[in-house]
Write a protein that binds this ligand. Structure first.
Ligand SMILES: Nc1ncnc2c1ncn2[C@@H]1O[C@H](COP(=O)(O)OP(=O)(O)OP(=O)(O)O)[C@@H](O)[C@H]1O
Ligand SMILES: [Mg+2]
Length: 387
């Protein structure tokens, strides 16, 4: 195991770097018509996001290049309905705003990053919405040293990521839009309807308005646990198509995703991945039961107020895998699961620990009694939850 890192290494690569080969391949593979400013065809964008279903794609003879593989199987990145991704792509192809709404940890941000990387080659034109976000951060600000020295000029203007996207016809992203104050959010109304930003300080010059180049559009995300989208102004809502991103429907797909992501985490720190699939299955099953308020078998389960998201399941699986890698042989990773689950369940309401205990006394006990070995082991760990 080596600990050396190059100074340019990044903890997280933006999607356009992490998947650069796939993006270049898809651009060559599908040379169909593209909406203005798009790097890929709408169909290729969907393939990039949901994958090629394990099927290797082969470059047509005339598109072959030395720097591209001849065949490539595109990995699935977002796990979910293809139709949802298609609707998102169609919205953006029409240069309409796209608002992804959903519970925390349902991959809204990931989807917006993948869409923007595939469409314009950059996912980095992003504004993070907070209670402190100002209109300047959505429009433009000033370099005050230049402003004071020379007065307002194009050189002194500091563009927001949105303004930069307008100039280049790219996709800008606004994360957690509903955390911004409604009056700040409304700065987007004129951007999305007029498709230009006026800079009154530069009136009388050629830079007094910045028009949006073809291809410019916006993807926003909103978390249903924050201040609701219902508080967005009607004018702004009307300028976005809404898409709701839900939790992963299928158990096997969720287990596979959790495993893939936890493996990737371990690869990043160059540690071996040694968690049994059975342990991951128990983990994901517990998450899904608590999320749904009903076990796989149909037994009633009391739901904690925290969202038991896939993102949290990935985090727990990664912790288990790191523990197994760095403290091998100390104890069985399964024995760490109840403690981690307790940590997640109590995030919103510390009293929810009792609900996890209820889950243990119900579903976990019944599975143990039915003779499932792993669940018997988990049942024997009940004490971890009882103190
Ligand atoms: N359907 C899914 N497909 C792929 N990955 C998923 C899916 N759902 C959750 N994940 C995992 O969850 C992680 C977190 O997703 P992301 O941060 O995009 O969620 P989010 O919906 O933006 O959450 P928040 O509302 O908290 O910002 C992803 O990186 C991925 O590991
Ligand atoms: Mg997010």
């Amino acid at each position: 195991m080596t600990t050396t890192t190059t100074p340019t290494a990044r903890q997280v690569e933006p999607a356009e770097h992490a998947h650069a080969t796939e993006l270049a391949f898809l651009a060559a593979y599908d040379d169909g018509a593209r909406p203005p400013g798009w790097r890929l065809t709408p169909r290729a964008v969907v393939t990039f996001i949901v994958g090629s279903a394990g099927v290797p794609l082969e470059l047509p003879r005339q598109a072959r290049r030395d720097d591209l593989p001849r065949t490539l199987t595109v990995a699935a990145k977002f796990v979910g309905e293809r139709a949802l991704v298609e609707r998102c792509v169609v919205t953006l192809a029409g240069e309409r705003g796209l608002l992804l709404v959903g519970e925390p940890g349902t991959a809204k941000s990931m989807l917006s990053e993948l869409l923007s990387a595939a469409i314009c080659g950059s996912s980095e034109l992003v504004v993070q919405g907070t209670a402190g976000t100002t209109e300047d951060q959505l429009r433009y600000g000033w370099n005050y040293a230049l402003l004071l020295a020379h007065g307002p000029s194009a050189a002194a203007l500091v563009p927001s990521p949105i303004l930069s996207a307008m100039r280049t016809g790219a996709v800008a992203r606004v994360e957690e839009i509903t955390r911004c104050l409604p009056e700040v959010q409304d700065a987007l109304v004129s951007i999305l309807s007029d498709r230009r930003i006026a800079v009154p300080e530069l009136s009388g010059t050629a830079d007094a308005t910045v028009p949006a180049a073809p291809g410019f559009t916006l993807i926003a995300t909103a978390n249903l646990r924050d201040r609701g989208v219902s508080e967005m102004s009607a004018a702004l809502k009307r300028r976005f198509n809404f898409e709701t991103v839900g939790p992963i429907g299928d158990l096997a797909q969720e287990i596979a995703l959790v495993q893939r992501q936890a493996r990737a985490t371990l690869e990043r720190v160059q540690a071996p991945f040694a968690v049994d699939e059975a342990v991951l299955e128990a983990l994901v099953t517990a998450f899904r039961d608590l999320r749904a308020g009903r076990s796989v078998e149909g037994w009633e389960v009391e739901r904690p107020s925290t969202v038991m998201s896939t993102a949290e399941a990935v985090a727990v699986a990664s912790s288990l895998a790191l523990a197994a890698a760095y403290f091998p042989g100390d104890r069985d990773v399964l024995s760490l699961l109840p403690g981690h689950l307790l940590g997640v369940v109590r995030k919103d309401d510390p009293a929810d620990g009792a609900k996890l205990l209820g889950y243990w006394d119900g579903a976990v006990r019944r599975r143990a009694e039915d003779g499932a070995r792993l669940w018997r082991q988990l049942w024997e760990l009940r004490d971890v939850l009882a103190d």
